[in-house]
Ligand binder design. Structure first.
Ligand SMILES: CC(C)(COP(=O)(O)OP(=O)(O)OC[C@H]1O[C@@H](n2cnc3c(N)ncnc32)[C@H](O)[C@@H]1OP(=O)(O)O)[C@@H](O)C(=O)NCCC(=O)NCCS
Length: 181
């Protein structure tokens, strides 16, 4: 595949399933948050490496919320894709569902945005191909990724408030996305 014009989102789509074993749980028999974060990091890393075609490192993780406990013996399925690529960094969205193997019922437990940076052979950040959004949902995620990036770089002290194009619009979109969840 020529990557001159970029790559479609589907190229980075990653699905990963895990079974919650006793060693993954806390004293209540629920999945430890740290174990889930580890799996999320791996799933997002695979997406970033599929898109960039090289080694990538985690630069940041946006606020992670644990909506619902995941119990021992449940199946955890993680799905991730690159929403948008910038110069050397990529925003990766990850969604986590838990499944009760007896009933087959699934529920959304967690979602987060990871930023990965591609690293070249010299150990420095290296450019990545663009993302080519194709569906309406992909276009929406692509647009929103720019606002999220500004906010996270502001929080990391890398942008000043004046450099953020539309901070108020970002806050409104975050609030609306929480209200519609
Ligand atoms: C992430 C890292 C490579 C950035 O290196 P740097 O010297 O700051 O490089 P740059 O300033 O050129 O930034 C490179 C990219 O990282 C992005 N970046 C840096 N810090 C960021 C942060 N906190 N959040 C989101 N993106 C960030 C920059 O915006 C830039 O993206 P762009 O090229 O698409 O515009 C470097 O900080 C690093 O190696 N961190 C450790 C990574 C690691 O070990 N992860 C595992 C966790 S234990």
């Amino acid at each position: 595949m020529s990557t001159d014009q970029g790559k479609p989102v589907s190229h980075s789509h990653t699905i990963m399933s895990e079974l919650v074993l006793p060693n993954d749980t806390n004293g209540l028999g629920n999945l430890m948050g740290g174990r889930l974060l580890h799996w999320m990091d791996i799933c997002a890393a695979i997406s970033s490496q599929r898109h960039s075609g090289g080694v990538c490192v985690t630069a940041s993780v946006d606020n992670v919320e644990f909506h619902s406990p995941i119990h021992q013996s449940e199946i955890v399925t993680l799905q991730s894709q690159v929403n948008r690529a910038f110069r050397t960094s990529m925003e990766i969205e990850i969604n986590v569902d838990a499944e009760n193997p007896r009933t087959g019922q699934k529920r959304r437990c967690n979602s987060a945005f990871f930023t990965f940076v591609a690293i070249g052979p010299d150990g420095k950040p290296t450019p990545v191909p663009a993302i080519i959004p194709q569906s309406d949902t992909e276009f929406e995620r692509f647009e929103q990724a720019l606002r999220r990036r500004e906010f996270r770089l502001y929080m990391a002290g890398r942008l000043t408030p004046e450099q953020i194009v539309d901070f108020q619009a970002y806050l409104t979109s975050v609030r609306n996305s929480h209200l519609t969840e």
